[in-house]
Design a protein around this ligand. Structure first.
Ligand SMILES: *Cc1c(COP(=O)(O)O)cnc(C)c1O
Length: 409
């Protein structure tokens, strides 16, 4: 059996991002390995002080004047920070608001309106059966609400939607396609550029859910001519439980898109309190109600750390982390019958590694008891989520060593 601890120590020593792992709030008591940064990232170092400072000086000191002092434009200013560091978007196309679910609804409706305004015959929405539940439910709801038809794509356990499947599904009937960039179960990375081109060639638009790619790999929103993207900030962006989501809407759609939740905060000149809704200019029109200012403090801290590290360096470390995890799992006796449900090739591999075995629900409980925290997806999957900024190679070796002792006993 290889000496994984020594291997991991060498990798940590050579890691360009190694100092960032110590820049998170002190490790929780008894946690040996945290493998769920893809569901809830750790709080960044200094955040307790930044939060206290915000409460004392910004909120406590400025009181209502804080809105004039800048809070009003935080959705766009923090959106721009996310756009630059995470999405590959120039300023003015990203806002922070709501949750992923709500922004998904607003963006989907806005894009559908643009497409159908030009061509009423486009009455189909394309989605895949493997997408995250909230995406499926929202799109199903829109179909029912707007009288549109759903065209489903079936996907295999370890693969997401391929360009060929997308090409077969879209037609002159398609209004909107909704896919995830990275599959939340297997971590499969969809070919976002080619698929976007295929959808555009068919005259339709595509909305990308980037919850599981944001902060762990480059997205290339502008370069790939995405129409719109949505994602949450509490996973690899370390924004904290229930942190607000972000929406990217390409500038070329700003004039024609109209999202359906017409609130005062997305109106032109909200304090005119005037009759009738007129959308604010630009991406601000995606905002509906009062922005979640307090919750944006941790989002900003998390995204600043990503900006500092650089998304390409983060992706490189992510691949090294998942390489190590896969090598360790490959070294386990085949009699343990652990199945790898994530792609091996780098091009299609996301930030987490999914393993399966019939008894993994019980195994997961035992791992949590021993301070190793992955997450379990029914019926039989354990996801090993490796957040590049906060996870060390030693943590991977150590956590998987505990896992081996649980499943090999
Ligand atoms: C985490 C996740 C969500 C979560 O949506 P919320 O509205 O924040 O609950 C949506 N889509 C994907 C792909 C996710 O991974």
């Amino acid at each position: 059996m290889a000496d994984w601890a020594a291997r991991a120590a060498d990798l940590d020593a050579a890691d360009r991002l190694r100092s960032s792992a110590s820049r998170f709030v002190d490790r929780a008591d008894g946690v040996v390995a945290y493998f769920d940064g893809n569901s809830l990232g750790r709080p960044v170092d200094g955040l307790p002080e930044r939060m206290a400072e915000f409460v004392r000086h910004d909120w406590g000191g400025e009181l209502i004047r804080g809105w004039d002092g800048g809070w009003m434009s935080w959705p766009e200013t923090i959106g721009d920070v996310i756009g630059a560091a995470v999405l590959g978007a120039t300023p003015g196309q990203t806002v922070v608001a709501d949750s992923t679910t709500v922004l998904l609804y607003k963006l989907a409706r806005a894009l559908i309106a643009v497409v159908r305004c030009a061509d009423r015959g486009r009455d189909e929405l394309v989605l895949d059966a493997g997408n995250f539940p909230t995406d499926r439910y929202v799109v199903e709801g829109i179909a029912a609400e707007c009288g549109l038809r759903l065209r489903w794509i079936d996907v295999h356990d370890t693969v997401g939607v391929t360009p060929d499947q997308a090409r077969d599904a879209v037609s002159e009937r398609t209004a909107l396609v909704v896919f995830s960039h990275v599959d939340y179960r297997s971590g499969y990375v969809a070919e976002i550029g080619p698929i976007t081109d295929i959808v555009h060639d068919a005259g339709a638009m595509v909305l990308w859910d980037t919850c599981h790619s944001a902060g762990v790999m480059p997205i290339g929103a502008d370069a790939l001519h995405l129409d719109a993207a949505v994602g949450c900030s509490y996973k690899y962006l370390n924004g904290g439980p229930g942190a607000p989501a972000y929406a990217y809407l390409a500038r070329r759609h700003h004039d024609r898109a109209r999202q359906p939740i017409q609130g005062w905060m997305g109106r032109r000149d909200p304090f005119a309190m005037a009759p009738g809704y007129e959308p604010a200019a630009g991406v601000r029109q995606l905002v509906s109600g009062t922005p979640p200012i307090v919750s944006m403090v941790p989002v900003r801290a998390g995204v600043e750390m990503i900006a500092e590290a650089g998304i390409d360096a983060i992706r490189a470390k992510s691949l090294d982390l998942t390489d190590l995890a896969m090598e360790i799992v490959d070294s386990w006796p085949s009699g343990w019958e652990v199945e790898l449900r994530s792609p091996r090739d780098h091009e299609h591999r996301g930030g987490h590694v999914t393993l399966a075995r019939a008894d993994f629900e019980l195994v997961n409980q035992e791992l949590w008891r021993r301070g190793v925290i992955p997450d379990f997806r029914r019926p039989d999957e354990i996801r090993i989520g490796l957040a590049p900024l906060s996870t060390t190679f030693a943590e991977v070796a150590c956590g998987l060593d505990v896992m081996a002792s649980v499943i090999g006993r």
